[in-house]
Ligand binder design. Structure first.
Ligand SMILES: *Cc1c(COP(=O)(O)O)cnc(C)c1O
Length: 426
């Protein structure tokens, strides 16, 4: 077999897989230009659903434009709860347990402070070094703000890719107030076992807060069944909610009346439009709202969430796993022999919906993929290139094209043109 025959075989296999893909029709639900780019960064910002474009235009024109302030009584004020309940159907939560509000970082702050206050006397927040930097910054800030010896204990990923549950179990103890982790690690894609870790934390008397930003919509999450106490996540990755779309928070029903939001704004008050001078928290998870909801971006986000519900998370996960295995096979054939390393778990059941590859010239390769070949992955320092596969619009053939492009950039040394400083956002 000549090298070209091998490549043609891989392309033919990719096309055959696309031909039998039960989710293939969802690609037409998104704005995808024929001229590209070949987009493999849905793990950072999902594509634009066509219906989001239509709903956003209608919300601006018909609701803002003609209803004006009356819009608050005609659906706007309930939007954080309405959209939260839809997310609940995706994430295994009941009505009134998820609310859409603020950013993920702000929601994490509110829930982490509430959890620590509910576990006075315990001083440790346990996390791991695969967690998203903003989450680590927020947890560190919360520990400093509350003081009293509070500190963040960071379990280490020994191989830089995955965290051994035994290492987490060792970090969790009688002093642990809160365990806060990302379900899927933003860099390696490592997938925690939510139920197992939650059980370890509960056995030690700690509360557990999961960040599901990288799993919502693409990896099944069952907040209720897993026993999770609290969760946060964003809607602009696999949920395709749009740039800066509002985030969400989950508070288990049994905990809602016991926890206090440290940011006591009017939307978290019981009957906000009573304009009463004293704060009195709303009865349910609504107490974790703060201010006026972002109506326009919520309307756009709802379109992406509806689309995800229609396709179903189980079907999405099934395709995502198949895409991941196909991509891993391409890496083995085309990139591993050229010195590119896999920086994600080998086991499909232990990873989310992106794969990371390591190369000392990672940033220059990332730039060359974008500028020379119109292929968009992303780069995470110091040397990791991430390829996200969003099952509602990524094709097997896209993965083939991207990996063959990666091979060409190495063989023809196209990356040399981009050696040096990169742009601010990678
Ligand atoms: C994307 C992401 C965020 C984003 O936080 P924002 O405050 O909404 O910008 C937070 N945590 C994790 C784990 C993420 O993947």
């Amino acid at each position: 077999m000549t090298p070209t025959e091998g490549l043609d075989g891989l392309r033919a296999e990719a096309r055959a897989r696309d031909g039998e893909d039960p989710l293939a029709r969802y690609r037409a639900e998104f704005v995808v230009a024929d001229a590209g780019p070949l987009y493999l960064d849905g793990n950072s910002l999902g594509r634009l659903p066509k219906r989001a474009e239509a709903i956003a235009a209608r919300t601006v024109r018909d609701e803002w434009g003609s209803r004006l302030v009356r819009g608050w009584n005609e659906g706007w004020v309930d939007a954080p709860r309405r959209v939260g309940d839809k997310l609940g159907r995706l994430l295994g939560a009941g009505p009134g347990e998820i609310l859409v509000s603020d950013s993920t970082s702000v929601n994490l702050f509110k829930l982490a402070v509430a959890a620590l206050k509910a576990r006075e006397g315990r001083t440790a927040i346990v996390t791991d070094d695969l967690n998203f930097p903003s989450d680590l910054y927020v947890l560190g800030g919360v520990a400093r703000l509350l003081g009293g010896g509070r500190r963040v204990v960071v379990a280490k990923a020994r191989d830089g890719i995955s965290v051994d549950p035994a290492d987490l179990a060792e970090a969790i103890g009688p002093d642990t107030a809160l365990v806060s982790l990302s379900h899927v690690a933003y860099k390696s894609g490592f997938l925690h076992d939510v139920k197992a870790v939650t059980e370890i934390a509960h056995a030690a008397g700690a509360l557990v807060l999961w960040d599901v930003s990288h799993s919502a919509g693409v990896v099944p999450v069952d907040l209720e069944a897993s026993g999770a106490d609290l969760a946060v996540g964003c809607t602009y990755k696999y949920l395709n909610g749009g740039p800066g779309a509002p985030a969400f928070l989950y508070v288990r029903r049994a905990l809602q009346s016991a926890l206090e939001n440290p940011i006591t704004g009017w939307f978290g008050r019981e009957a906000p439009f009573s304009f009463a001078p004293e704060f009195a928290p709303a009865a349910g998870a609504e107490r974790f709202l703060v201010g006026t909801p972002p109506v326009l971006s919520l309307a756009a986000a709802e379109a992406g969430i509806d689309l995800t519900l229609e396709a179903g998370v189980e079907a999405s996960r099934e395709k995502s796993v198949a895409l991941g295995k196909f991509l891993e096979g391409l890496w083995e054939k085309l990139l591993e022999p050229r010195g590119v390393t896999l920086r994600s778990p080998r086991e499909a059941a232990r990873r989310g919906s992106h794969l990371s590859f390591g190369h000392p010239e990672g940033l220059a390769i990332d730039r060359a993929l974008i500028e020379e070949l119109n292929v968009i992955p992303d780069f995470r320092p110091p040397d990791v290139i991430r390829f996200g596969f969003a099952p509602l619009y990524t094709r097997f053939e896209d993965l083939y094209e991207a990996m063959d492009g990666f091979r060409r950039i190495l063989d023809e040394e196209l990356w040399r043109r981009y050696a040096g400083a990169g742009p601010a956002v990678t």
